[in-house]
Each structure stands twice: as structure tokens, then as C-alpha cells.
Design a protein around this ligand. Structure first.
Ligand SMILES: [Zn+2]
Length: 203
């Protein structure tokens, strides 16, 4: 089955343009931290993450700075420890639900690190990474669940290899090493919202 050329979520209006690999309503900020997926590899997994910079602080410009290799090490003691990282995600969901895209979906973003899902290593090869601005223990906002579920529904429509069963947390694919999106993340709420989107507007 070929991907839908423009896959749309009826409930949120979110659409993925498969040719460009862009979520059309997301703000686009290109990250250099990406490369090609293995030949012929389409997205088959969504990995949900949590991030805040500095840890526990929301709303600053620092996540975008990290993903564009522009984090000033002197701006915060924590930044000195991560300023050399070369990382990215495909999407970031800010606390107000705003979506920012750093890497086209058909390209490989660098978010999972050493990882394994159902026996398959190197999850970056075949996954889409979505960062939620937050911490493991602070409640994620309703706007974030709305944007996240709408974006994943649009991705499921765009890429036949994706489905609600193929959405995991970073902690699921790197257990013992990663804990995000954390105990605060409401998986049943995400799955209920996602199911609703897909029932209202099936792939
Ligand atoms: Zn993560």
C-alpha cells in the first residue's frame, strides 16, 4: 500500500505531507542532526520522549538550541554537560501544544540512542521521535495530549507501517538507561485520544 499523499486528521486538522516528510501545521526548524534511514526503511514505530532544559524549567529557547547545535555552554551549569551532544527529534510538543518539527519524517533523527524494540536494535533507523516538553514527574498538559494524539493519528494515516500499537516510550526501548516520558505520562489517555482520532477518520 502506498502512503496517502496528504494524510489528514479530521479532529485536529493535522496533516502530513509525505513528499516533504513535514507535518504541515508544525513550525519548521531544521536540525543538522539527522541522516538517511536505511534504504527502503519507512517509519514503523513512534517513540515518545520527555525533555526540559534546564531540567524542570519550561518555556525557554534551549531545546531548539540543543537540537540545532546552538546551546551556549555558559548559560547554565547543566548545559556544559550536554553542549557537545548531537541529537534531535522529529517533533517537539511544547507545553501549550505548539508543534515544532526538526527533521523530515523520512529522514533519521538522532533521539533513541542505544535501543531495542521487539528484538530490533537501532530504533532511530525505523522510528519517529516525538519530544514532549516536560519531566518524568510533572503532569503533561491537556494541550500536549491533544497535539500529540493528533500528530500520531496523522502519522498513522501517512505511513502504513505505523499503528496505535506501535507507539512506545523511550523507557520501553532503552530500559535501565532512560526513564522518559516518565511516570507522569498518561498512556491510557493518549491511547484513548488516538483511538478516537482514528475512529472518526480511519486511515
Ligand atoms: Zn528520550
Amino acid at each position: 500500500m502506498l502512503p496517502n499523499p496528504v494524510a489528514r486528521s479530521a479532529t485536529t486538522g493535522l496533516r502530513v505531507d509525505v513528499a516533504s516528510g513535514r507535518l504541515l501545521s508544525a513550525r519548521q526548524v531544521d536540525s543538522p542532526n539527522c541522516d538517511e534511514r536505511p534504504v527502503g526503511q519507512a517509519p514503523e514505530l513512534v517513540v515518545v520522549h520527555g525533555i526540559s532544559l534546564p531540567p524542570g524549567e519550561f518555556g525557554g529557547p534551549w531545546i531548539e538550541a540543543l537540537f540545532t547545535n546552538a546551546l551556549p555552554p555558559a548559560a547554565h551549569p547543566y548545559f556544559e554537560t550536554i553542549a557537545g551532544l548531537r541529537v534531535s527529534s522529529h517533533l517537539l510538543v511544547r507545553r501549550d501544544g505548539t508543534l515544532v518539527q526538526f527533521v523530515p519524517f523520512h529522514r533519521r533523527a538522532w533521539h533513541a540512542g542505544d535501543s531495542r524494540w521487539r528484538g530490533r536494535e537501532r530504533c532511530n533507523d525505523y522510528s519517529i521521535g516525538i519530544e514532549l516538553e516536560g519531566t518524568d514527574a510533572s503532569v503533561y498538559t491537556p494541550a500536549q495530549y491533544q497535539s500529540l494524539s493528533g500528530a500520531i493519528a496523522a502519522l498513522c494515516r501517512a505511513y502504513p507501517g505505523l499503528s496505535p500499537e506501535r507507539v512506545v516510550g523511550h523507557s520501553d526501548i532503552a530500559p535501565g538507561r532512560k526513564t522518559d516520558p516518565g511516570i507522569a505520562f498518561d498512556w491510557p489517555l493518549l491511547r484513548t485520544r488516538l483511538q478516537l482520532h482514528l475512529e472518526l477518520d480511519p486511515p
